[in-house]
Write a protein that binds this ligand. Structure first.
Ligand code: NDP
Length: 284
């Protein structure tokens, strides 16, 4: 088995499975659909939205884009979400973040019906994840778990360290590892002895947002290192939170950037949308 876990390969397998199940749903008269809302003209958000639309087309979903001007009001955005919540052909609703500053992200997340919340950001879905009784998992942590499984890495009883405690990545990541019986430590910017803690990890997940932050001296020989980061290095080149060059020789498994966790996030979004379509049609 390769030491480098390819998100490109694993995400292609996930998408293939979704494509197959989408065909089966269509044969039963259900046509899965995802609505993507984008507010303003942030170039990175535009790229993400285009990639999500492409992925929908690839697996056979209908995608609807709602591109709203930057000056859209909170009321207008909430009214759109309300309409999409009650539109039967829309199974999943995704509002691309970040939103322009005058809009209240929390209120927007709360407005999306939990059954259509394919990002799994709604407090009711977050709570369900906490108690291990969920419909959807947040796409990036779920993608990391899929990579761990694909490499045959056993989580149970292992020392797992997650660097980062964001609501989107770090916290749910820790919870998913805990659900699989890992012994989990969450590190953040106030953590003391970070290097020592990381060196104890059998499974190390980096979700820091700092280029090449995790270096070889922070990694135990043979550890599985999963790199969530998407950054630019000093030359403007895409890189992760892990310094691949110094970590790869020590790691038992490692995910590259690009081609690691990144492609998994969209694949898991497709999986969640399929699940939403099944749920809303009494097929799950
Ligand atoms: P956030 O900025 O929300 O969180 C970063 C976390 O890292 C915080 O908890 C912060 O601690 C911690 N941190 C920052 N500096 C240090 C430090 N010196 N030592 C220890 N911990 C530190 O980022 P996200 O969780 O949203 O994203 C993390 C990375 O993952 C980013 O590069 C982002 O681009 C990428 N990402 C990739 C995705 C993908 O699809 N591959 C999807 C989502 C994100 P504190 O809480 O104390 O501030």
């Amino acid at each position: 088995m390769s030491k480098i876990i390819s998100g490109k390969e694993v995400s292609a397998q996930v998408r293939e499975q979704v494509r197959k199940e989408c065909e089966e749903l269509k044969a039963k008269g259900v046509d899965p659909g995802l609505a993507v809302i984008i507010v303003g003209d942030d170039p990175a958000s535009r790229v993400y939205v285009n990639n999500k639309k492409k992925a929908c087309a690839d697996v056979g979903f209908v995608s609807e884009e709602y591109a709203l001007p930057a000056e859209t009001t909170q009321e207008e955005l909430l009214a759109l979400i309300d309409t999409l919540n009650s539109k039967p052909s829309v199974n999943g609703i995704l509002c691309q973040l970040p939103l322009p500053e005058h809009l209240d992200e929390k209120a927007v997340i709360n407005a999306i019906s939990p059954l259509k919340d394919v990002d799994a950001f709604h407090p009711s879905n977050v709570g369900r994840i906490m108690i291990g009784d969920y419909h959807f998992l947040p796409c990036t942590p779920a993608g990391v778990m899929e990579l761990i499984h694909s490499a045959g890495i056993e989580v149970s009883g292992k020392s797992c360290v997650v660097i980062g405690r964001s609501n989107i990545v770090g916290k749910p990541m820790a919870m998913l590892l805990l659900h699989e019986n890992g012994t989990v430590t969450i590190c953040h910017s106030r953590t003391k002895n970070l290097t020592e803690i990381c060196r104890e990890a059998d499974i190390l997940v980096a979700a820091v947002g700092r280029p090449k932050f995790v270096t070889g001296d922070m990694v135990k020989e043979g550890a599985a290192v999963l790199d969530v980061g998407i950054n630019r290095d000093e030359n403007g080149k895409l890189c992760g939170d892990v310094d691949f060059e110094s970590v790869e020789p020590k790691a038992g498994f490692i995910t590259p950037v690009p081609g690691g966790v990144g492609p998994m996030t969209i694949a898991m979004l497709m999986k969640n949308t399929l699940k939403a379509a099944k749920l809303q049609n009494g097929m799950d």
